[in-house]
Design a protein around this ligand. Sequence first.
Ligand code: KG4
Ligand code: ZN
Length: 335
Amino acid sequence: LQNQVILAIESSCDETSASVIINGEVKSNIVSTQVIHEKYGGVVPELASRAHQQHILPVVETALKQAKVTKNDVAAVAFTRGPGLLGSLLVGTSFAKSFALALNIPLIEVNHMQAHILAHFIDEPKPQFPFICLTVSGGHTQLVLVKSPLKMEIIGETKDDAVGEAFDKAAKMLGLPYPGGPMIDKYASEGNPEAFEFPISEMPGFSYSFSGIKTALLYFLQKRVNEDPDFIDNNMADICASFQQTLITMLLQKLRKATRQYKVKQIAIAGGVAVNSGLRNEIQKLAEKEDLEVFIPQFQYCTDNAAMIAMAAHFKYLENEFTDQKVSAMPRYAL
Ligand code: KG4
Ligand code: ZN
């Protein structure tokens, strides 16, 4: 049997990444994180696409080298088609199309959100179908019923902000640097999650909303800082712990409800916010209480990476799901 070598590219936001997968096994996963956005307090799209342009070739070369293959061994090239920032997606899309054209090999387009979920198939233990995945990132918050590698149904999602956005915006209000999620996580681990109370948004069905809690935090901080200018500095850990705990409660309430309604025994988390240590702990507790099996990917496969794109491409390759040179990037791309 011939070796099925796939090169995968991820460039949807501020990570330029390339990965090589051979017969379903990830052999390399090179991620170059753009630090330039830090001083602007968020991703600047124009700067992101320029940085992708600079990093893509060295990242691909390193990924091939680490996997001990050359470009002539590559049987197909995959790329993130969307969702994401158009200028960023265009760099990976154009690169992959040129690569495919030059080597006369097939092209595979990948949905970034589907790939976040398929990151669960990189390492053992792997979930069995069907399972429910809570996908939490900077741009999305979704409860997904995963029926097979390529058949997924969104059963609930946020009606406004993504939970990662709530983390990042809260961090900004607290004067913490971008990206705020990891900073809130760090402070939260030293604080009391019951110190302050924030409102849980009541949403119908499996829908989420995170804009209310963001506004609640803003008013809370304004009032307290008015009374005591040092309030934030003196209470950083407790504010972060309480705020984070409220977000986690909202996320897991709906997840629990979904597992009962869909009678699913396996749950998973994916996306950048799945790195959060509070969420990882609480989902473990939920699983024990509800007698569920829980799947949590390694950190490196939660935040944006090309290994998950490679894994998705592997499944598409098996199903002969290829695209052609007419394909273009799609900033909005439903699961
Ligand atoms: O999946 P991802 O890398 O990129 C998107 O596709 O959006 O997710 C990025 C998001 C950011 O909002 C970031 O603050 C959040 O994931 N994040 C965290 C943590 N690490 C990253 N949020 C909470 N706790 C963390 N430890
Ligand atoms: Zn992502």
